[in-house]
Ligand binder design. Sequence first.
Ligand code: PAN
Ligand code: ZN
Length: 194
Amino acid sequence: MNIIDNSIRIPQQLINIAEGTFTGAHLIESSKTIGQLTNMFLDEGAREEMDQQQLVYRVQAHLPVADGTLGGLFFGTTWIQPGTVGDEYFMTHGHFHQLADRGEYYWGLKGSGVLILMDEQRKGRAEYVYPGSLHYIPAYTAHRVANIGDDELSFGACWPSDAGHNYDEIKKHGFSKRLFNRGGVPTLEDIQIA
Ligand code: PAN
Ligand code: ZN
């Protein structure tokens, strides 16, 4: 609650600006393991043979208003472990926003990665993510990040509190472009819908 008087207050939340970690109120944390990422990587057989408890990524987010609130903002950090499933780099699930006309900012904090984008016509493109890189994700654009480095990758994000997440389209059809480690070189390849 905002108390209006003349005292100058200590903020309720803090962010470690190097790490992206938050402390304070209104925080949520979630994580995804190999076992939870069914059918997300192209080589499902390789995923099944891995340690199902292995962490792929985790998220910390500051949600100061209820999910779905018009006019608010959410703010989060994502940490992706280094690794591959088959030849495909560890990555976030990826999503369109539930309200598809909502955009988002991502920015690189640590490590090196690639942001993979896809519009509603399945036209895809990608950008490198590294400390200080800033990425405007337009409306109607699915987004996911892959870690192409040997160390943990982290990036920040800020999105409208009424955006919501639509994972279904990605669950059904995936992205039109996937990122593989081909002989040590991050390589973007076109994928046709089966
Ligand atoms: C981010 C993502 C976060 C995890 O906060 O939610 O990086 O990725 P997935 O949600 O695709 O698993 C964001 O884009 N919020 O809108
Ligand atoms: Zn998003």
